[in-house]
Design a protein around this ligand. Structure first.
Ligand code: D61
Ligand code: MG
Length: 421
């Protein structure tokens, strides 16, 4: 936490966000949820698993209204279990494929556990105690169970196809269509399933589940952004998700991009990847605009605003090829506090699209295509949002002058340091 304040020390709005976030009172939703957990040990263990396995989604899932919270939590844990099998490069391939293709049946087998993951697999504990998750899954309303099992079946089979080398050349995903299909299996289907759960709970209209192109693209926007950001980490672990149809225009070998003599090609390739993701933004905004329940809106909006900020950070940024880059904690918190209304979400997107536009370079082979993708996003905003309404309004945060915030931050730092010494 201290580190987060230091990172944002020259940015008063981020310091202010960090302060209001740190001292914000717990919402009514969360208080009731915590209270209920004290009476239900098995359910509490599921939420402990959620907090253990997800940095990005644990908080937003727990803020959901009562009708959806448990269903989405179990949906997450089931798919995280499935992904822990997919990601494990130490499992024998035939065993992996058998598990992936039968996972939708596993979740109905009371008592099922799994301890064959490699010792370093980050979420291996979840599968070692998966009987706890299954017990809770079986307590869900059957209409929710069906949605979760249906998605687990489709995702597991899709993952198995890719694990056995279909849609790949050597180790790389081949075409852009193959890239879209892989991202559909691992993230687009999550968008489908979540939309089915929203509609089944009646917190959202049936039409939210009906338009599967929009819900698919919600997932693709998150997954593709992660895949660009994680280039280096995935390369080191022997995974390649960038499609050869894109990167093959810029190198003969996927690992070439880390070499200094490849800088220009590497930069062009990176921006071509970002361009592919920018095309999804109009659908993301269209999906968001149809949501009516506040807890569902926040749950969907927070990951998307994080993704557009990450996309702006990676664009034209050669650090992607050398190390793991992340948005500052202060920036993330500022985004969380802003993601509570459509007007705010649109102004966040407009801000980061503008950042991308400023980094777009006329020498880049995709300069014009990037400009056009940005133009389409701006077009979406002007035709769908009244011009006056988009200046970021922050939820439940009293106004503190930036200077005051800086003074408080410095005093807090000095106090903290003196406590340590
Ligand atoms: C609205 C709100 C959240 C949404 C959404 C719409 C649409 C899609 C998604 C969330 C899914 C986004 C996935 C992006 C993060 N990628 C991963 O976690 C990769 O694994 C994919 C397969 C497992 C998916 C599990 C999942 C994730 C988020 C959820 C959820 C289920 C259920 C409910 C809510 C959110 C990635 O995993 C990285 C890792 O192992 O930590 C990978 O292996 O590529
Ligand atoms: Mg995976």
């Amino acid at each position: 936490m201290l580190n987060a304040f230091v990172q944002s020390i020259t940015r008063p709005s981020e310091l202010q966000a960090l302060f209001s976030y740190k001292f914000a009172p717990k919402t009514e939703n969360i208080r009731r949820h915590r209270q209920n957990l004290t009476k239900d040990e098995n359910k509490k263990r599921c939420y402990d698993f959620l907090n253990m396995t997800s940095r990005s989604f644990a908080a937003v899932i727990q803020e959901l209204d009562d009708q959806l919270r448990d269903a989405v939590c179990l949906f997450y844990l089931v798919l995280r279990g499935l992904d822990t099998i997919e990601d494990d490069m130490t499992l024998p391939l035939d065993r992996k494929v058998e598990l992936l293709r039968s996972f939708d049946k596993v979740i109905y087998q009371r008592g099922w556990t799994f301890n064959e993951n490699g010792p370093n697999e980050k979420d291996r504990e979840l599968l070692v105690k998966f009987d706890v998750v299954i017990d809770e899954f079986l307590k869900l309303n059957p209409k929710f169970q069906q949605v979760i099992a249906d998605i687990a079946r489709k995702m597991g089979n899709g993952m198995a196809d890719y694990a056995t080398g279909e849609h790949r050349e050597n180790t790389s995903v081949a075409t852009i269509a193959d890239f879209d299909l892989y991202c559909h299996y691992v993230a687009g289907l999550v968008g489908h399933g979540l939309s089915d759960l929203f509609s089944a709970s009646s917190l959202e209209a049936p039409s939210v589940a009906a338009n599967t192109t929009l819900s698919n693209n919600m997932g693709l926007f998150l997954q593709k952004t992660n895949i660009i950001r994680d280039y280096r980490e995935d390369l080191e672990e022997g995974r390649q998700f960038w499609p050869r149809e894109i990167w093959g225009d810029y190198a003969d070998d996927f690992a070439d991009f880390i070499k200094p003599e490849h800088t220009d090609k590497a930069r062009a390739c990176l921006n071509a990847m970002v361009l592919n993701v920018l095309d999804l933004v109009p659908d993301v905004l269209t999906y968001m605009a149809q949501l009516r329940n506040q807890s569902v809106f926040n749950f969907c909006a927070i990951p998307q605003v994080m993704a557009i900020a990450t996309l702006a950070l990676v664009f034209n940024n050669m650090d992607v090829y050398q190390r793991n880059i992340k948005i500052r904690k202060g920036e993330a918190v500022e985004l969380i506090l802003a993601a509570t209304s459509m007007d705010n979400v649109v102004s966040v997107f407009r801000h980061y699209v503008h950042e991308i536009s400023k980094k777009n370079d006329a020498r880049d082979p995709n300069f014009l295509a990037v400009s056009m993708a940005i133009g389409k996003i701006e077009q979406w905003i002007t035709t769908n949002i009244p011009a006056s309404s988009t200046k970021v309004q922050r939820a439940n945060s009293s106004y503190l002058s930036p200077i005051l915030v800086c003074i408080i931050a410095v005093v807090a730092l000095i106090l903290y340091q003196s406590m340590l010494s």
